[in-house]
Design a protein around this ligand. Sequence first.
Ligand code: AMP
Ligand code: GLY
Length: 427
Amino acid sequence: MTETVLLVGGGGREHAIARAVADDCALYACASNRNPGIRRLADGFETIDETDAAAVADYATAVGADLAVIGPESALESGVADALDEAGVYAFGPRAEEARLETDKAYQREFMDEAGVPGCPDYAVFDDIEAACEHIDAYDGDLAVKPAGLTGGKGVKVIGDQVTAEEAKAYLRDSDYDRVVLEERLVGEEFTVQAFVANGELRTTPAVQDHKRAYEGDEGPNTGGMGSYTDTGLSLPFMAEGDYDAAVDVLEAVVDALPDYKGVLYGQFMLTDAGPKVVEFNARFGDPEAMNTLPVLETPFLDVLTAARDGDDLPELAFSGEATVCKYAVPEGYPTDPDAGAEVAVDEESVGDALLYYASVDEREDGLYTTTSRSFAVVGRGDSIAAAEAQAEDALAAAGDRVRIRHDIGKADLVQRRIDHMAELRE
Ligand code: AMP
Ligand code: GLY
């Protein structure tokens, strides 16, 4: 029987999900933007605001969807999984209650405490901005300042890294945040592990390192992610034996405490001198991290989805063993003052053996143009990070000068800096 799958969301991450299932099912998709890559793969596409839970559920019913995959956190927060489940369409994505693991950073820390999930930094939650500012003054050490709600990865300020204590207080006083988490600043190298979760069990995918800062050399403001890489195995070059397993232990503890959780559980870790600590959890695939992990997944992703829905054991996952390097092309000026309207000069044919994923592009009669968000990404694969990086760069040769790319991602120099950093911290 051919399964009918509904994909919710229209970014690069969702283009990667679409490519992972399109050959094995009848695929329908809905999103607020018209992603040309997803539209080409799908049997049907509808422009629907992905936070409009009732409209998504109606569309799922109308196309006869057997199951749905939800990409963006905004959809989870607004109860799209709940609405789909209620409409009888199995949603691979947590209900709003469980998605609070991502959508409410205060809950996330309190949950870790109560459930005894390892790797929680010292933290305090404030409903009063002046009390938070007093805590900043009184605290011995640097703090990370985090609005409790969703900010697209751009709301966190780290004292001693991006801002001074005075700037952090000014930031809070200028904001309209009504709840903030202040937590110890973790020092180390960040990595992500994403797990497929259903029926109380999980299957994990290779560790990924994303690059949040806008400019080369990890300078500039935080973004949604400028690019990312994986190595040939599950671990990354700067990680020591046991670090990946320690991260998996954290994810397992979450699943043990939330037996009804279903969908992707994304752990963002800081590898410190004392091992992996939890920066945050997300309740969905990462963007860009989905573009690293899904192309090397040899187990059909549809088999994971159907096993999840049917209450079966999730399949053991097989990976190709290739390294991957993903690089986003973003509008000039992104994220603070993005310049939209540049023609997108690459397409799925011109990238050769690399993979092209569309994110936010504006489709006009005469071609594709950038918007104010991340435009597209390319993913290179190879038998080393260096080979994957070279393939990604070849594909980007034609990208033109009106998009910005972090060419340093996946290059030997930057990877070596990560290794040296961890070696220094672990001395
Ligand atoms: P989040 O939205 O929680 O992922 O935070 C965005 C970014 O802020 C993370 O990827 C880290 O680079 C940084 N960050 C968050 N929490 C901490 C922390 N406790 N210590 C150091 N950096 C942090
Ligand atoms: N790459 C970070 C995220 O998806 O939140």
